[in-house]
Design a protein around this ligand. Structure first.
Ligand code: SF4
Length: 405
């Protein structure tokens, strides 16, 4: 039997309304270091644009058709990012297209970033912001009390019905399950890593086939009430060398070459005194250097623990978690989230590595680098997550170790 829900409201983190592009003040402009491609409609619209002589010259040289590769309907055209920089980006860091033709002339990818929206089983059109933008990180930094959510009615033209089919029984409970997860992520009675572990303990029951979601919710709330009490102690220290080499390998796979983050792997390598063959398991990393960096991170950002909470809450929402299309996908989504937390934590610690400034600017550099490499690359997220399953390391016990690092 199919279930139908009407979506006539939106839902967004309250800070969504405060987002403003940093424009010329942005150090890691989204006009640099990415492949900027667009669909046929945007390509044809760009082809028709005419302006000043300089603008026309930029367009003539900078806009091209994509003739090879998959999904050419969606990726129909692109800007020629010669040197990793959009050809329309001016010396004053403003977009020539926007300056001459206005915001409406931008291809959709440029118009919406870092925003994203989706009609969801929560019964809302959900809007979110990607942490791959420094302007978004700054908003998260300014929220010591945590993230609040806001909702408004949708205009008639944006309202729509969503249908669930048999086999998606868990999806019907998405709003309740997600609300519990976000509440746990924001429950400051225990450390963030423990909260994520607690979430895993509860979600594992659903992944194991629990269908009585009302009874599950009662148990999940009782679990949250107990706080850290009774949660397994993670043996993170013993697994630290392996975890560090995995994270370092992930960093090398982020393909930062030719981008503004090209120097990050080298910086981290020197900070951790990495020796051996890069990209293989035959590297050694100085544990003392890592532990010193972690101590410095905990000291420098002692009053900013909420920042990582805000980051993970906003990611949970932005990635539309938990995935409830099936029990298997639910657990895969959780494993992915644990891995993201662990990698972001590693990168945050690396902002305080030996030789680094250990300040907010360096923290943002690491966070934007991690986000651009992972959050906007679903294939890379999947392959990292699938490695856990291939190595039989996707169990709750392994997640506890990962979170304990
Ligand atoms: S990354 Fe964010 S702040 Fe920077 S130019 Fe893009 S939208 Fe603006």
């Amino acid at each position: 039997m199919a279930n139908r829900i009407e979506i006539n409201n939106d839902l967004r983190p309250a800070y969504y309304d405060d987002f403003r592009c940093l424009a010329a003040g942005c150090r890691y402009s989204c006009c640099k270091g990415w492949r900027i491609s667009f669909n046929k409609k945007d390509y044809l619209s760009l082809k028709r644009q005419e302006g000043s002589e300089e603008f026309n010259a930029r367009m003539d040289h900078g806009l091209r058709r994509i003739r090879k590769g998959p999904l050419t309907d969606i990726h129909f055209g692109e800007f020629d990012m010669d040197g990793g920089v959009c050809p329309l980006l001016r010396e004053d860091c403003l977009c020539d297209l926007q300056v001459e033709k206005g915001h409406g002339a931008l291809p959709e990818v440029c118009r919406v970033f870092p925003r994203s929206k989706a009609y969801m089983a929560s019964g809302y059109l959900e809007r979110s912001l990607s942490p791959a933008c420094e302007g978004v990180l700054e908003l998260l930094w300014e929220l010591p009390e945590g993230i609040e959510f806001r909702s408004d009615p949708l205009p008639k033209a944006d309202q729509k019905f969503l249908t669930f089919h048999e086999g998606q029984s868990l999806a019907v409970f998405f709003p309740h399950i997600r609300e519990w997860c976000v509440d746990v992520l924001q429950d400051r009675r225990c450390p963030l890593a423990k909260r994520i572990l607690m979430m895993g303990i509860a979600l594992r029951e659903l992944a194991d086939g629990e269908e009585d979601v009302a009874a599950w919710l009662l148990r999940a709330r009782a679990l949250a009430e107990r706080g850290a009490e009774g949660l397994p102690e993670a043996e993170g220290a013993a697994a630290l060398p392996l975890m560090l080499s995995n994270h370092f390998r992930t960093l090398l796979q982020l393909q930062t070459a030719g981008t503004e983050f090209a120097s990050v792997p080298g910086d981290v390598s020197r900070g951790l005194d990495v020796k051996g063959e890069a990209g293989t398991s035959r590297v050694t990393i100085s544990l003392e250097r890592y532990q010193a960096a972690r101590a410095r991170y905990e000291e420098n950002f002692r009053d900013r623990e909420y920042f990582m909470e805000n980051l993970m809450v906003s990611l949970f929402f932005h990635l539309r978690l938990p995935v409830l299309s099936s029990a298997e996908e639910l657990w895969k989504g959780y494993v992915n989230f644990c891995n993201l937390y662990s990698f972001y934590h590693f990168m945050a610690v690396m902002s305080c590595r030996e030789g680094a400034a250990g300040d907010k600017a360096e923290l943002y550099r690491m966070m934007v680098c991690a986000s651009r490499g992972l959050i906007h690359n679903g294939a890379r997220q999947s392959s990292l997550r699938d490695e856990f399953f291939a190595n039989d390391s996707a169990t709750l016990a392994h997640m506890a170790i990962l979170l304990g690092g």
